[in-house]
Each structure stands twice: as structure tokens, then as C-alpha cells.
Write a protein that binds this ligand. Structure first.
Ligand code: NAP
Length: 272
């Protein structure tokens, strides 16, 4: 005999979830996409810029193309939606100034485009669609544990993420939750260190480790009585000192060494 409880349980396990991940071809986005693909009743839409098997090719900076993607998206078959933006470059700014700044806003144009414009192009129409269709959505963005310090050598990145933070706080609603995962240096599947070619990676976390640490929080967001959350995820480094991000002369020397420029000038605009 099927009881009410059995029926309720069946309905709950049959609920379909949609997870949209931008930047799913590598690094953090790929690691989360791999995890969500292993979950039952979960449809993963992984998006990237290039043409890759199993992924949707979409240029997030092409606003009409992103609007069209959202227009075609049928969210009614899903119980809830997670949207994760795992796109956004960072560059070292040795003179504390943006490498490229055609609009003169003090933020590097490429950093702003990938971290802010690309994110908003997708988030705004998607959130509007979930509002119209009365579907719950959790919007996930990935910041840095250093953002609160606004380190001048990557000020474009921190300022871009702080714009995203303000936006995420502003959009919370009955159906909208948002979370920022603040991470330390995180390696992709190829242990890519970008410009910090000489860095000691003993205490860097892998994207897979980040997923393992954070997934309990992400999966529990629906039950949380709070619509905005930020959590730091890093590998504990016993050598980390309180002044790491605030002692700027020391930090500069550390990064100069990590980037292989000891005693030399660091060129502007190196990706980190
Ligand atoms: N890794 C870290 O240490 C670290 C630290 C702090 C914060 N974060 C944040 O974590 C997130 C992921 O970082 P990540 O280093 O793993 O990834 P990433 O290198 O910034 O992003 C790579 C992904 O973004 C896609 N992409 C780039 N431009 C695009 C566009 N215009 N349209 C569509 N897709 C585009 C790439 O697609 P293609 O492969 O097709 O080019 C690729 O899938 C970012 O938001 C970053 O700011 C990372």
C-alpha cells in the first residue's frame, strides 16, 4: 500500500533541478558541472565561449545572443534553478592602475567585462524569467578571499567583484537567493597557475576540492532562512600571516617572486 508519506517522498525525489553554469569548460566551472552531472534529476547546462562537446557555445558578452538563449529556455519543467557564473579573469596591476581602461572608470575593461558585464547579461534576464514563472533561483558567484582588502595590485578584480556583491544583495527576493563563494588561489585540472609560474602551490586548493568543501552549503541553500550568503573556502596554510594582504611592500615582493620577476619590473596586465 502506498502511504501519503511514500507519495510525498516519491514526489520529492522526482523533482527536477536545472543547473546553469557559465565557464563550464575548465577550472572551477568544469568541476561544479562534473559534480552536478552526477546528481539525479538534475539537468546541467554548461556554457562556454568555444565549441566543446556537451557544452553550449554562447558568448556572454553578446547581449542579444544571451537574451535569445533565455527566451528559448523552458524553465517550467524544473522545480528550481541554480545559476553559477564561473567566468572572470584577474590581472596583476604593478602600478596599481588598470592595464586597459578605455572608458576611464579605473577598472580594467577585460576584467570588468568578464566579471561584471558577462554575469549581468545572463543574470538579469534569467532572474526576470524565474520571477515571471515563480521559480526559485539561487545565483552563485565566485569571489576572492582578498576582495575585502581591495589590494591595489589587483584592484580591478576586487572592485568588479564588489559591484557583483552589491548587485547580488540588491536582487534578493522571495524567489531569489544569492551566494558568493570566496576562494583562495584555485587550480584547474591542469594545475594552471596563470602568471604565478614560480608559486609554491602546496596550500593552493584544486577546483575539485573546492566543490567537495562547498557543495553541502550550496545544496542546503534552499532550506536556509537567509537570502544572501558569503563564505570563504581555502586550504589552511600554517604559514599564513594576518598581514598577508595588508603589508603591501612584502606582498609585492612575494608576488614578484611568484611571477618570476625577482629584481625586475613586472609588466602590467599579466593574468593571475
Ligand atoms: N581560479 C582562481 O584562483 C579564482 C580565484 C578567485 C576567484 N575566481 C573566480 O572563479 C571563477 C572561475 O575562475 P576560473 O579561473 O576557473 O575560470 P576563467 O578562466 O576565468 O573562466 C574560464 C571559463 O570562462 C569561459 N568564458 C570566458 N569568456 C567567456 C565569454 N565571453 N562567454 C562565454 N564563456 C566565456 C571560458 O570558455 P572557453 O573555455 O570556451 O574560453 C571558460 O569556460 C571566476 O569568476 C573567477 O573570477 C577564481
Amino acid at each position: 500500500m502506498i502511504t501519503n508519506n511514500d507519495e510525498k517522498q516519491n514526489i520529492e525525489t522526482d523533482l527536477k533541478h536545472l543547473v546553469i553554469i557559465t565557464g563550464a569548460s575548465r577550472g572551477i566551472g568544469k568541476a561544479y558541472a562534473d559534480y552536478y552531472r552526477s546528481k539525479e534529476n538534475t539537468t546541467v547546462m554548461g556554457i562556454c565561449h568555444s565549441n566543446k562537446p556537451e557544452l553550449i557555445q554562447l558568448d556572454l558578452l553578446d547581449e542579444p545572443a544571451v537574451n535569445n538563449f533565455i527566451l528559448q529556455l523552458d524553465i517550467n519543467q524544473f522545480e528550481d534553478i541554480v545559476y553559477m557564473h564561473a567566468v572572470g579573469i584577474d590581472k596583476f596591476e604593478p602600478d596599481t592602475k588598470p592595464h586597459i581602461d578605455l572608458d576611464g572608470d579605473g577598472i580594467d575593461d577585460e576584467i570588468y567585462a568578464t566579471n561584471v558585464t558577462a554575469f549581468l547579461n545572463m543574470a538579469e534576464p534569467l532572474i526576470e524569467k524565474t520571477r515571471q514563472n515563480k521559480k526559485p533561483i539561487t545565483v552563485v558567484n565566485i569571489g576572492s578571499i582578498s576582495d575585502i582588502y581591495e589590494v591595489p595590485y589587483w584592484q580591478s578584480f576586487s572592485r568588479s567583484k564588489n559591484i557583483v556583491r552589491r548587485y547580488l544583495k540588491s536582487i534578493i527576493a522571495q524567489n531569489v537567493k544569492s551566494i558568493i563563494l570566496n576562494v583562495s588561489s584555485t587550480l584547474d585540472e591542469n594545475n594552471n597557475k596563470y602568471g604565478r609560474i614560480k608559486a609554491d602551490i602546496t596550500y593552493w586548493q584544486s577546483a575539485k576540492e573546492l566543490v567537495a568543501k562547498s557543495i553541502g552549503v550550496l545544496d542546503g541553500m534552499g532550506n536556509l532562512d537567509s537570502n544572501y550568503l558569503e563564505i570563504d573556502f581555502y586550504k589552511h596554510n600554517p604559514n599564513f600571516r594576518q598581514d598577508y594582504f595588508t603589508n603591501l611592500p612584502k606582498l609585492f615582493l612575494n608576488w614578484q617572486r611568484d611571477m618570476g620577476f625577482v629584481g625586475k619590473e613586472i609588466p602590467s596586465g599579466i593574468r593571475i
